[in-house]
Design a protein around this ligand. Structure first.
Ligand SMILES: *Cc1c(COP(=O)(O)O)cnc(C)c1O
Length: 238
């Protein structure tokens, strides 16, 4: 799959250009390759091109893929909406979870994280654009949720994640990422260990990096378009 290696290089060049435009060192922004709906062979192709971190949205699909590719020792991030009856699979199999938006999920993940594994690395998902249909806690609730999660034994709270509403102009594109970073800065005054802003996707990673994202989650720009019946934001775990 030569296209995947080429696409990865193109995305890395975009990240480097956005960092340079924002006067940020390029190593301050990580790349998470979002492999939902893609076959294990596509992940293996990206891994062969040097990509180590992969994001999955659907529990069963992700667990099947990471098991199949266990020998590659990749880093797996769960980034989709999570139902509490699926937390055990996620706590057992993944390295990171970006989509914690309520305490119950965090408590279950902490209780279910196997002792022989490193603590689960987690982000709190914030509904930064205030969309009624979206996952994520309200921005006003994020500090209290982070404070409580920071005290859970088997989780390591790393920062915030968001999926802003699609923007209609370049100026609009940056506003939600700026709001996310301001919230992050505010929370970090109390929790100085936080180091991750998970924001920016194929269409808006440049705006996200301009406003301080430290981890962009990129799917279609690396793997090509997904089938139409697998929406980016909407969630119903199949
Ligand atoms: C699908 C998805 C992405 C990647 O989206 P692209 O537009 O394909 O880059 C990033 N984050 C989340 C939470 C997603 O569901």
């Amino acid at each position: 799959m030569p296209a995947i290696a080429e696409n990865l290089a193109t995305v890395q060049a975009r990240i480097a250009a956005a960092c340079s435009a924002a006067a940020r060192p390029p190593q301050t922004v990580g790349l998470l390759a979002v492999s939902k709906t893609q076959p294990a062979a596509a992940v293996a192709a990206a891994a062969a091109a040097g990509q180590r971190a992969f994001g999955e949205n659907y529990v069963q699909e992700g667990v099947d893929k990471l098991r199949e590719l266990a020998a590659l020792q990749l880093e797996w991030h769960f980034i989709g909406p999570l139902q509490s009856n699926k937390t055990r699979e996620v706590a057992t199999s993944f390295d990171w979870v970006h989509s914690i938006d309520r305490l119950k999920l965090a408590e279950r993940l902490s209780a279910q994280r196997p002792l022989e594994r490193q603590p689960l690395q987690v982000c709190v998902q914030v509904n930064i654009s205030g969309e009624a249909s979206k996952s994520g806690c309200a921005p006003d609730d994020a500090l209290a949720l982070c404070r409580t999660i920071a005290g859970l034994p088997r989780l390591n709270l790393r920062g915030l994640m968001a999926i802003p509403a699609p923007a209609t102009s370049d100026a609009d594109a940056r506003a939600p990422f700026r709001a996310l970073r301001e919230l992050f800065d505010q929370i970090r005054r109390e929790l100085p260990g936080l180091d991750t802003i998970s924001a920016g996707m194929s269409d808006d990673l440049d705006a996200a990096i301009a406003e301080g994202s430290t981890l962009v989650r990129v799917g279609s720009a690396i793997f090509g378009a997904r089938p139409r019946n697998s929406p980016v934001h909407l969630q119903s775990n199949p």
